[in-house]
Design a protein around this ligand. Structure first.
Ligand code: NAP
Length: 364
């Protein structure tokens, strides 16, 4: 039977915590899921939409329950296939060293767990979908078509970066896009940090970082914030937060050994003329994120924020019966691995129930 004729019970698109958690639950419900984990291409690298998602960009995950600091090497090398160890940062596999688990290791463990229960992994992107009738039709980057009786879309979101060379150089060495993930690191404690952006995330990040940092500069390109009034009022009262208005970040200063040491900002209205250095040990970029919905070409309804619309709040159903969603592609609020993982489980449970109530002849 060719791929085009076979009808999968469930296809899962995405390979972050939401996708793997959906796959673990779907496998254990005997739905034999196929997971499209994405392709490792230069184009995806450039856009930041790589397989295994945003977690892979964080070296230390301190807030995912179940992973306290410890010597991980024996566990990781016994749980994971030798062929996958290349994806882990060196420190994860050093024995005798207690460390915090990396995002890459955490998501690799999730992938392994899903495979252990029988999930089939396809290392391609889904580039086109047809959700007009069941079985749903997915076309992947290899040109193959997959038919599926139910689908979970868990393609995550892509961080928007400023696009500076110095920003890329210091990623994971003082430059971060997740204050909640990285803010408590010793490198920022009792030192100044910079947040760039003027939306809810930037102001919440500033408030959060003020617990650890000695000072938080919020650099915004205008003189008016986009964030909610209540957040602005709180931040304005916080003595550690200082706003740097009408300003843009033009360079991140530092060296490879110590990481970020300073941030150069310029007047947004005359970037060439007025340049100022802020001493800081970190730059937190909070200028928005793009949910990865391009491949849907309008097949699912979206919210005003651009995430997939969930007609019943906090449930996994989408505008198309039989298509479910989980993780950051449908959540602009929480943006945490643990929340994505739990929503993936919900999506698989909802899909399982849907398939029971709406059977379709499948080949597996
Ligand atoms: P956002 O609301 O789109 O704000 C992005 C901010 O970054 C804006 O202030 C924007 O400036 C600035 N910006 C964009 N591109 C820039 C660039 N290249 N250089 C410098 N600055 C740039 O994004 P967000 O804060 O990530 O929030 C995303 C969504 O989640 C929003 O709808 C938000 O309400 C929601 N959210 C809600 C909560 C909550 O309810 N507690 C918490 C978090 C997020 P301009 O203002 O000049 O455009």
């Amino acid at each position: 039977m060719s791929n085009a004729e076979r009808v999968e019970k469930i296809a899962i698109i995405g390979s972050g915590p939401a996708g793997w958690s959906a796959a673990i639950y779907a496998s254990r419900a005997a739905l034999a899921p196929v997971v499209f984990e994405g392709a490792l291409t230069a184009e995806n690298q450039e856009s930041g939409a790589l397989p295994m998602g945003q977690l892979t960009t964080t070296l230390e995950i301190e807030n995912y329950p179940g992973f306290p600091v410890g010597d991980l090497s024996g566990y990781l090398s016994s749980a994971l296939d030798a062929t996958r160890l290349w994806a882990l940062p060196e420190g994860d596999l050093s024995s005798g060293v207690a460390k915090i688990i990396s995002g890459s290791a955490l998501v690799e463990l999730m992938r392994r767990q899903a495979e252990n229960f029988g999930a089939r992994v396809v290392s391609e992107d889904v580039v086109e979908v047809d959700f007009s009738s069941r079985p749903f039709r997915l076309t992947d980057s290899n040109g193959d078509t997959t038919l599926a009786s139910a689908v979970v879309v868990a393609t995550g979101a892509t961080t928007k970066w400023l696009g500076l060379d110095s920003e890329s150089r210091f990623k994971n060495n003082g430059v971060s896009a997740c204050a909640v993930c990285d803010g408590a690191s010793p490198r920022f404690r009792d030192r100044a940090v910079v947040v760039v952006g003027g939306g809810d995330v930037a102001i919440e990040d500033a408030e959060y970082l003020s617990k650890f940092a000695s000072k938080v500069y919020v650099v915004h390109r205008r003189d008016e914030l986009r964030a909610a009034k209540i957040l602005i009022e709180r931040a304005t009262r916080n003595p550690k937060i200082e706003f740097v208005w009408n300003s843009v970040v033009v360079e991140v200063l530092g060296d490879d050994a110590s990481g970020v040491q300073g941030i150069v900002v310029a007047d947004a209205r005359a970037p060439e003329s007025d340049v100022r250095r802020l001493d800081a040990s970190g730059l937190f970029v909070a200028i928005g994120r793009r949910p990865n919905v391009g491949f849907l070409h309008g097949a699912l309804a979206l919210t005003e924020d651009g995430v997939i619309k969930r007609p019943i709040p906090f449930r996994s159903e989408t505008s198309v019966p039989g298509v479910f969603t989980a993780g950051d592609v449908c959540d602009s609020r929480y943006r945490q691995a643990i929340v994505a993982a739990s929503s993936g489980a919900c999506a698989a449970l909802d899909a399982e129930r849907f398939l029971l109530e709406n059977p379709l002849e499948t080949s597996r």
